[in-house]
Ligand binder design. Structure first.
Ligand code: ZN
Length: 239
């Protein structure tokens, strides 16, 4: 299993609060808890050549994680096209937090992906909505993050294939915080937590969800379906 963690890596360089929480970048913390026996984890960031997502990297990635926020527009359309094609070909994609507004997520969803938000460091309670789902394995009935940014409905996404988590916030809003989709041969999981000024990716429940999601999103080994004009499999009448 080859995992690539992509991070915009801008807040960490400009904001001391974020740098104190993630001194080597959010991507390094994500990578650290995804490294297990039999997995290769690499990282890629916006300011690298081709955003670190060369053809070689993309073609050798089974699951790609995506964290971005202030620089979505700086991601090249060409790379977005390549990532989309890899998803259609079977690569798993896990979109985190403010990645809801990334070019790749909006393109795959086909909707605005807009939502309500508030930065007040309030409590978030994430409820498991789909207890049989492998992404929820090892998670209790719910878990809490003491301080997070609020994301509230309405979240302008297509109806998810599966709703795994639903969040409640101290201010009263709710949000579909863990949702799955399939696009082509690929699997997509969007997971809400992870505002950069809170130490969310150190939380053991958050880490477990992301570990589970990577396993779930791993490609199924098969070719893309064959489309277009087709020869009959059986002999047709009159031949
Ligand atoms: Zn945020």
């Amino acid at each position: 299993m080859n995992i690539t963690v992509w991070n915009e890596f801008r807040h960490e360089k400009k904001n001391q609060t974020v740098a104190d929480i993630y001194p080597d970048g959010i991507h390094q913390v994500l990578a650290s808890f995804l490294k297990t026996e039999g997995t290769t984890v690499r990282t890629a960031t916006l300011d690298e050549a081709e955003h670190g997502l060369t053809d070689d990297v993309l073609n050798n990635t089974d699951v790609l994680l995506w964290w971005g926020h202030v620089a979505h527009d700086e991601v090249s359309d060409e790379i977005v096209q390549k990532v989309q094609q890899r998803v259609l070909d079977g690569m798993g994609l896990i979109v985190l937090h403010s990645g809801h507004f990334s070019k790749i997520f909006k393109q795959l969803m086909g909707t605005s992906c807009d939502l309500k938000w508030r930065e007040a460091g309030e409590k978030e309670r994430l409820w498991v909505i789909d207890p049989a789902h492998p992404i929820a394995e090892g998670i209790g009935e719910y878990f809490e993050l003491e301080q997070e940014e609020m994301y509230g409905e309405h979240f302008d996404i297509p109806a998810p294939d599966e709703l795994v988590f639903m969040s409640w916030f101290q201010g009263g809003e709710v949000f579909r915080s863990g949702v799955t989709y399939k696009r082509g041969n690929g699997k997509i999981f969007y997971f809400r937590p992870g505002h950069e000024t809170h130490p969310t990716y150190y939380n053991k429940n958050v880490q477990r969800v992301i570990q589970n999601a990577v396993k779930w999103a791993a490609p199924v080994k098969r070719e893309r379906p064959v489309y277009g004009n087709a020869q009959p499999i059986e002999t047709l009448k009159g031949e």
